[in-house]
Design a protein around this ligand. Structure first.
Ligand SMILES: Nc1ncnc2c1ncn2[C@@H]1O[C@H](COP(=O)(O)OP(=O)(O)OP(=O)(O)O)[C@@H](O)[C@H]1O
Ligand SMILES: O=P(O)(O)OC[C@H]1O[C@H](OP(=O)(O)OP(=O)(O)O)[C@H](O)[C@@H]1O
Ligand SMILES: O=C(O)c1cccnc1
Length: 470
């Protein structure tokens, strides 16, 4: 993660920061919030990912000497560069826990800092959180349909350049079991695994010798790719021969991999052929442009596939190129701030806030979160954010506050969790979400409400701006 210095940002952040600096506004306090507007993949929920990376990077963030020299050449002024030399993020961050299920239009994370620091970290924050949340959500959809099958990330080669690194991490948060990506596995302590490529088989004059040599070189966790020439007539029979030879040496072939054709048909035929030879322990792995829909379909066809290797569609978040997460100013210099728009959906909610998840007496999520003023502890009624006559009494519900202080004075406050722990937390939060929000077709729309106080504050602010324009 060494590539992240404070110039991992857009130039306009620095242009604004220099003006704040010159106008002696550098101690001006600001609160920005992170949220997204639209769920990706037609999903009924998203999985929040990337927080721990973000906090770690922010806590170490500085401008290098080379950064300062570059900025000088761009015309930034000496006194400002002198200030940047000692730049450190010293603010607070409140956030939803990494791995939690999250929904559009309500704050997931809040930054409270002086305005220069809060502005400089914007691009980095959006870059990390939008991407990982997108990929963790995609991975989670595959986990939902894959049941007990093993899910492996094979995506590095298809990822948008270095994005593959964080895509692997996010895939694990979303419920994948392992990866072929060695650097990410080593950095994030993720189980690493893999099979063999077609080139290995092609490089030999015959498939059987290729399989024998591979099994010799990789006696544990050996997986043979069986579709280079002919899956049923050559690949699987040769794999069976090698599996038998391994048995003679006290070893076990782990799996065969199918990478083309009708995966359900080949898996069924392959299973029969292996079982007939007493090789019922040999697993079947499948790959080839898989996604949540193909995995769901294969399992509905009762394809006996134990391991799915997923590349392109996972790490590129197909078909959604990006999560549209934004970072908006909601409070500064002692005053609430609002962005007015012709489109009511784009009018921001002012003030530092808290978000409550509504739960019934048994602790089950009822499918609603309410956004409130930060000071509010319990709310009686929540209103639809835009539709004036829609509201709901919520006083009787357990109200779980979601935004917790995770950074103070630039220091990370939360204990580092392993990815396994984050993934387990994510899965437990997803289990609390009723089924209707998890289906692929027309999922139920999760309710996001605003407290009466917050709504009144917003409406008053809109009125003030409208009155000014009269
Ligand atoms: N039984 C099945 N049910 C649903 N989808 C399947 C099934 N078998 C394979 N698929 C998926 O259908 C697509 C098939 O892709 P394609 O037509 O390119 O076949 P292919 O076998 O890869 O062809 P080629 O031999 O040229 O590589 C892939 O996304 C694959 O995962
Ligand atoms: O289809 P994806 O979900 O993106 O999964 C990854 C794909 O990458 C590999 O193919 P590639 O042709 O790159 O290499 P190979 O010769 O090892 O098959 C692998 O065999 C999968 O087909
Ligand atoms: O290990 C594998 O089989 C693998 C790894 C990356 C991409 N495709 C396949």
């Amino acid at each position: 993660m060494d590539q992240f210095t404070a110039t991992y940002t857009d130039q306009y952040q620095l242009a604004m920061a220099q003006v704040y600096f010159k106008k002696a506004a550098r101690e001006k306090e600001a609160v920005f919030e992170y949220y997204f507007r639209k769920l990706p993949f037609g999903s009924g929920y998203a999985i929040f990912s990337g927080l721990e990376d973000l906090l770690k990077i922010i806590s170490d963030l500085k401008f290098s000497q080379a950064d300062l020299e570059f900025l000088k050449k761009q015309g930034f002024e000496d006194d400002f560069l002198e200030y940047l030399k000692d730049f450190k993020f010293r603010g607070k961050i409140y956030s939803v826990a990494e791995g939690d299920v999250v929904f559009p239009t309500r704050p997931i994370l809040q930054v409270e800092a002086n305005i220069i620091e809060a502005q400089i970290i914007e691009t980095l924050l959006l870059n990390l959180l939008n991407f990982q949340t997108l990929i963790a959500t995609k991975a989670s959809r595959m986990r939902l349909v894959a049941g007990d099958a093993t899910l492996l990330d094979f995506g590095l080669r298809r990822a948008q350049a270095t994005g593959g690194y964080f895509a692997t991490r996010a895939a694990i948060v979303g419920g994948f079991d392992g990866t072929s990506n060695v650097i990410a596995a080593s950095e994030f302590d993720i189980p690493v695994s893999g099979t063999m490529a077609h080139s290995f088989v092609q490089s030999y004059d015959d498939e059987l010798t290729a399989f024998r040599d591979f099994a010799e070189g990789r006696p544990q966790n050996c997986v043979l790719l069986v579709d280079t020439y002919n899956t049923l007539k050559s690949g699987i029979p040769n794999a069976i021969k090698v599996a038998k030879e391994m048995e003679e040496r006290g070893l076990k072939l782990l799996a065969i991999r199918l990478d083309s054709g009708d995966l359900s048909y080949f898996a069924r035929e392959g299973r029969k052929m292996l079982d007939k030879e007493g090789l019922d322990y040999v697993k079947i792995a499948a790959s080839n442009q898989l996604d949540e829909f193909v995995i769901k379909s294969l399992l509905e066809q009762q394809a006996p596939i134990d391991i799915f290797g997923v590349g392109t569609n996972l790490v590129t978040g197909d078909p959604d190129g990006a999560l549209d997460g934004v970072y908006k100013l909601v409070f500064s210099d002692g005053k609430p701030r609002i962005k007015i728009s012709e489109s009511i959906v784009k009018v921001t909610l002012p003030h530092k806030k808290q978000v409550f998840r509504m739960k019934d007496a048994k602790g089950k999520c009822i499918g609603a979160d309410a956004v409130a003023m930060f000071e509010e502890k319990h709310i009686e009624e929540m209103s639809h954010p835009y539709e004036p006559y829609k509201s709901m009494k919520v006083g009787k519900f357990i109200q779980e506050p979601l935004l917790k202080l995770v950074m103070e004075n630039g220091k990370v406050l939360i204990e580092k969790r392993s990815l396994k722990e984050i993934a387990a937390y994510s899965s437990s939060r997803l289990a609390e979400l009723p089924q209707e929000y998890k289906r692929f077709n027309n999922p139920h729309i999760y309710k996001i409400g605003v407290s009466e106080r917050l709504k009144a504050e917003r409406d008053q602010l809109i009125k003030t701006f409208k009155d000014k324009l009269k």
